[in-house]
Ligand binder design. Sequence first.
Ligand SMILES: [Ca+2]
Ligand SMILES: [Ca+2]
Length: 121
Amino acid sequence: MQEFGRAAKSEGSGLIEKKCLSLKGNLASVHSIEEYEFIQKLITQQSHGNPMTWIGGTDCQKNNIWFWSDGRPFFFTFWCAGEPNNAGGNQGCLRMNYGEHHCWDDFQCSHKLPSVCARNL
Ligand SMILES: [Ca+2]
Ligand SMILES: [Ca+2]
């Protein structure tokens, strides 16, 4: 069981992970379509929209080897068509709600976006 919380203030992914850690959590990880839809609903409730949002997927250590910052296995994916494309050679973080299908895109970690933290209960 995880508890989720949304941070509306936009930051780079690394800084957000630090903030989540300070709340004894991590950027959210997603393990099923139901969980993804739950997180999307949370974002919509709080923002009244579908903003692109950081969650905890990263391939910073080795390109195209993805893992969740909370250490849980990276099995479920919801990548957009053609993603992850590592555009520019330095896309190491995962933003959700990308494009018309609200799917996943790998993106530059320094970009400032809102985020969702999670912690295990
Ligand atoms: Ca990458
Ligand atoms: Ca990309």
